[in-house]
Design a protein around this ligand. Structure first.
Ligand SMILES: [Zn+2]
Length: 98
């Protein structure tokens, strides 16, 4: 389960401030599609650990994909990269650095 650190303002019953720590968030693994043609952004799709639906996302830089991200349904997740598709040629991530 995600661990949350929650601060609630004592003066208002309706509003609170929630601080969420980076660790302990549910993990999702993403399929990543490299920019190609006129598309300048990296695209990604992943199965959401919260709502179990599939969400789509975009990123300007490959390096920004992995890590904490707000999922399509608004909740925080930690995203790992499972596969990277470069111009239709899918590679398993472990082979990228080779
Ligand atoms: Zn979701």
């Amino acid at each position: 389960m995600a661990r949350h650190l929650t601060l609630t303002r004592p003066r208002s019953r309706d509003s609170g401030v929630q601080l969420t720590l980076d660790y302990g968030q549910p993990r999702a693994t993403a399929s990543v599609y490299a920019p190609t043609g006129r598309r300048r952004l990296w695209w990604l799709s992943y199965r959401c650990p919260h709502c179990h639906g599939t969400h789509l996302g975009r990123s300007r830089r490959f390096g920004d994909i992995e890590g904490t991200r707000r999922s399509g349904c608004g909740r925080m997740i930690w995203l790992d990269i499972a596969t990277v598709d470069t111009k239709g040629d899918t590679q398993i991530r472990g082979r990228l650095g080779a």
